[in-house]
Design a protein around this ligand. Structure first.
Ligand code: GSH
Length: 339
């Protein structure tokens, strides 16, 4: 009887469902590559070149994951989706994770059966307007028509902001970023709103970039990072700790260039555990102990990834002067301990 009650409790709490889906690492290994859910095109974060080769900060997270699992960074298939279809893509098992500037919210975490697994970029929502409108700032948008993308936190923040400031607006909503930008350029709306990183990436690509400005105000907090299905703790840990490894490596001074030497000669206990010179941290997650070593060697630490994609020579330049700095330099990038 007790056993029956325990079984009912397990089913009721969904634990059984979790066990049933707890095999992402096994299926990734069997398949031979990671299915990485990205968006269609967002320079600096995820964008294919003319040969179909993907790059960007979010892409590098999937490359690091590939290296952590397979020892090399290119065992990844990139599957694009729009913001409106991305969660179904993950829930249905089409992808193993989304790594495409998804903002972490309670309703997504708890309501969609997802597990957010770290923050790779702190963002916030802003507005792009034509220069003539810029002088009055955000307040000047009372009564404006605003273009944005469906299925995003952007839509909700927009509604919250205007309601709480007793301002009126007319939303014009599209599924893809290209559609939003085309509508804004065709003057179908007075403003274009989304995460400020996207505004920065798109501004330079407008027909006449000098005619537009991004308003200084930021109306939201957006903690963006990779997300997996709920119920597979091992997989969530692998994604979360791969991101942590990239951040810890920056803090500990480990780079793609010095990682071999650091592994061989470092006397710092945490560096040695991170790189698998001591301890068996990788094994706890079902990985080789060189998982983080391989990830760092393949893609570099978080600072190198940021510089490559968002530095002055990156696909879009976003100065690393705010929350995305390491915690020790006044930012929020922080990794728990490798112990
Ligand atoms: N971070 C917000 C906004 C997401 C969003 O709108 N993403 C857009 C612009 S950053 C995007 O991914 N566009 C590129 C694409 O889908 O190809 C969210 O998670 O809801």
């Amino acid at each position: 009887m007790k056993k029956l009650a325990a079984l009912i409790a397990v089913v009721a709490t969904g634990t059984l469902g979790s066990v049933a889906s707890a095999a992402t690492l096994d299926s990734v290994r069997e398949r031979g590559f990671v299915n990485c859910g990205v968006g269609e095109n967002f320079a600096g974060f995820f964008a294919p070149d003319s040969a179909g080769k993907w790059s960007g900060l979010d892409v590098d997270v999937c490359r690091a994951l590939s290296a952590a699992i397979f020892g090399v960074a290119d065992k990844v298939k990139y599957l694009p989706a729009t913001p409106a279809t991305r969660f179904a893509q993950l829930q249905s098992g089409q992808v193993d994770l989304l790594s495409r500037s998804v903002t972490w919210t309670l309703a997504r975490d708890a309501g969609l059966g997802l597990t957010f697994s770290g923050v790779t970029f702190f963002d916030g929502q802003g507005f792009m307007v034509r220069k003539a409108l810029a002088a009055k700032g955000l307040k000047g948008l009372d009564g404006a028509t605003v273009c944005t993308q469906t299925g995003t936190t952007t839509e909700l923040n927009l509604a919250d902001y205007f309601r709480s400031h007793s301002m009126k607006y007319t939303p014009v909503v599209f599924e893809t970023t290209d559609q939003v930008v085309a509508a804004y350029e065709a003057q179908r709306c007075d403003a274009y709103t989304t995460d400020k990183s996207t505004l920065a990436a798109r501004l330079g690509k407008l027909k006449d970039p000098g005619a537009h400005v991004i308003l200084p105000e930021t109306i939201s907090k957006a903690a963006n990072g990779p997300v997996v299905r709920q119920g597979d703790g091992q997989w969530a840990n692998i994604v979360r700790w791969t991101v942590n490894a990239l951040v810890a490596a920056e803090e500990l001074g480990v780079t793609s260039a010095n990682v071999d030497q650091m592994k061989a000669t470092s006397k710092d206990p945490e560096t040695r555990r991170l790189l698998g010179a001591d301890g068996e941290l990788g094994k706890l997650m079902g990985l080789d102990n060189a998982w983080a070593f391989n990830a760092i060697k393949a893609v570099g630490n978080y600072g190198e990834i940021y510089e490559r994609n968002l530095g002055p020579k990156g696909a879009v330049a976003i100065p690393r002067d705010g929350l995305n700095r390491l915690w020790s330099k006044g930012g929020l990038m922080f990794s728990p301990s490798f112990q």
